[in-house]
Ligand binder design. Structure first.
Ligand code: ATP
Length: 234
């Protein structure tokens, strides 16, 4: 359960988030849509405890974000724009390294399985610096879930992925949903949003301007809402 109340974020005298109220139930899969510069990544960074809100309240599983950062970090899997991987390490070494930080049991076995799940077993021991962008993104996704987080925060996860990798990622998100994981996914890819999400929030100028459920993967419904609210067409 995630609760945001009157959340604001100001940086360099600029208001980035202007009073965000949001309530998310366990197991929801939410797409965060909005134009460039709307405040989507900033919202995710606040939830990921990377930046502090200026005012307002954030509760994650009943824990106050300002006071319980360490406990909250353990619940989160965060995929930012940058991979956070170590270039000179292989996928196996990277995943074991990050798994150990979280105290994952049988970490090497878990890491090998995840590398297989993202389709890169053949490259298990190659340094990541030799990888293409899409391959790095696959391993970055594995890194974000090595500790079976209860909450996944994904910032444009489909960027740079080929069709095969998109299916793998979607399956990862859906199988985590089956286990009760809550996912918040910032994306410009409406098709993937409609494919895997059950709810959409639209952010514009630092505010949530719409919040609705998607049924039957209805891409047309999402596009129509977005065009109306963000682009002012229709
Ligand atoms: N640390 C900062 N200092 C000043 N301005 C910032 C800072 N971080 C973000 N901003 C500004 O806040 C606004 C929102 O940024 P943010 O990255 O959250 O947007 P976004 O919705 O994720 O955009 P995009 O779709 O382009 O990734 C932008 O105008 C950005 O320049």
């Amino acid at each position: 359960m995630i609760e945001l109340k009157k959340l604001t974020k100001q940086a360099d005298n600029k208001l980035i988030l202007l009073g965000v109220d949001l309530s998310i139930k366990k197991g929801e899969t939410i797409a965060v849509l909005g134009p460039n510069g709307a405040g989507k990544s900033t919202l995710l960074k606040v939830l990921a405890t990377l930046i502090k809100p200026t005012s307002g309240h954030v509760l994650i599983n009943g824990l106050e974000l300002r006071k319980k950062q360490i406990e909250i970090k353990k619940l989160l899997g965060y995929l930012p724009h940058s991979s956070l991987l170590y270039d000179h390490y292989s996928p196996l070494e990277n995943l074991v390294f990050f798994g150990n930080i979280y105290g994952v049991q049988d970490v090497e076995q878990k890491a090998r399985k995840l590398v297989k799940d993202v389709g890169l077993s053949f490259f298990l021991n190659e340094p990541v610096k030799n990888f293409s962008r899409g391959m790095i993104q696959r391993i970055a996704i594995a890194r974000a879930i090595i500790h079976d987080p209860e909450i996944l925060l994904l910032d444009e996860p489909h960027t740079g992925l080929d069709q095969g990798a998109i299916s793998i990622l979607n399956n990862v998100i859906l199988s985590m949903k089956d286990k009760g994981t809550t996912t918040l996914m910032v994306t410009h890819d409406f098709k993937q949003a409609a494919e895997i999400c059950d709810r959409v929030i639209i952010v514009k100028n630092g505010k949530i301007v719409d919040d609705f459920r998607i049924q039957n993967h209805n891409l047309g419904f999402v596009t129509e809402k977005y065009e109306l609210l963000v682009e002012g067409v229709l």
